[in-house]
Structure formats: structure tokens, C-alpha cells
Design a protein around this ligand. Structure first.
Ligand code: OFO
Length: 172
């Protein structure tokens, strides 16, 4: 059973994951309209992943005797102009999500809710991976600069850029 404070904190994270999904959907749609097929697929996948992160939290809250709150998502207000800025926004956003997850773990420790703290370890590991992916991609984009041929190859190969998974599969 989770207490009200933990329930509220988890519900805030459900909202954050839903907003992440929406932001990456907006990035995917922008990239698709620009003709960056690889980048758009990358962000469509990211958007799906964030929705899975949200669902995992919804199910956890309900299974632990709480009530998951499904709220409205906010419209991503970012204006996208180039790939480097989009991936910088992606990294900045993931860094902020890491901060929120750490904050959540902190609340669990304060409340002595070790079950939820243990559940959140999956998210802690996932954030290490997502930040690493964003940094790796951003480093590549900085090397390419505005070179059109380089950007073409980047878009073609982006889905092969991976880092070792820290979190493991969703089902764990
Ligand atoms: Fe990329 O963040 Fe979810 O957790």
C-alpha cells in the first residue's frame, strides 16, 4: 500500500512521462516534415517508450492500492529549427527527468517506502541510458556541423546509434 504523499509524487511523474511522450511526438512530426526519416522514426520510438514509462507507473500506482490520475498533457511549445537544437532539447529534457526521478527516490526514502524506491530503480537505470544516447548523438551532430552529406548519413544511420542498456527490458 502506498501513502498519499507517494501517490501524489508518482502521479506527478505520470504527468511528466506523458508530457515527454508528447514532446517527442512533436519532434518526430517536425523531423518527418523536414524529410529526416531516420530522426523521425527515432523520436516516434522515443515517444512510444515514454508512454510505456507512463503506463508502468499507472499500473504500479493502481496495483499498490493508490489511484493513478490521468491528466491532460501540455502542448510542447518548443519551436524546432535544426537537428542540433532538437537533440540539445532532447538531452536537456532527459536531464530534467533524471532530476525528477531522483527527487521521487528521495521522497520514497523519506517516507520509508522501500518497495516504491526499489520499483524506481528501473527508471534510475533507464535515465542513465537515455542521457548517454542523447549525449552520443549530440556529439556526432557537433562533428557534422552543417555539412549536408554528413547530415544525410546521420539521418540514415541514427537508429544504429546505441549505448549499452543499463535498465534492461521494460518487463523486468
Ligand atoms: Fe526518458 O524518461 Fe521516461 O522515464
Amino acid at each position: 500500500m502506498i501513502n498519499k504523499k507517494i501517490e501524489a509524487a508518482l502521479n506527478k511523474q505520470i504527468e511528466a512521462e506523458a508530457n515527454s511522450s508528447n514532446l517527442y511526438l512533436a519532434m518526430a512530426s517536425w523531423a518527418e516534415a523536414q524529410g529526416y526519416e531516420g530522426v523521425s522514426n527515432f523520436f516516434y520510438d522515443q515517444s512510444d517508450e515514454e508512454r510505456q514509462h507512463m503506463l508502468k507507473l499507472v499500473k504500479y500506482v493502481n496495483e499498490r492500492g493508490g489511484r493513478a490520475h490521468i491528466c491532460a498533457t501540455t502542448e510542447p511549445l518548443k519551436i524546432f529549427d535544426c537537428l542540433t537544437h532538437v537533440f540539445q532539447d532532447f538531452l536537456d529534457h532527459e536531464v530534467e527527468i533524471t532530476r525528477l526521478i531522483n527527487e521521487l527516490v528521495h521522497v520514497c526514502l523519506e517516507e520509508k517506502d522501500y518497495t516504491t524506491q526499489n520499483f524506481l530503480q528501473w527508471y534510475v537505470a533507464e535515465q542513465i541510458e537515455e542521457e548517454a544516447v542523447a549525449r552520443t548523438i549530440l556529439d556526432k551532430l557537433k562533428l557534422i556541423g552543417t555539412d549536408k552529406g554528413g547530415l544525410y548519413l546521420f539521418d540514415r544511420d541514427i537508429n544504429q546509434i546505441t549505448v549499452t542498456s543499463a535498465a534492461g527490458p521494460m518487463s523486468e
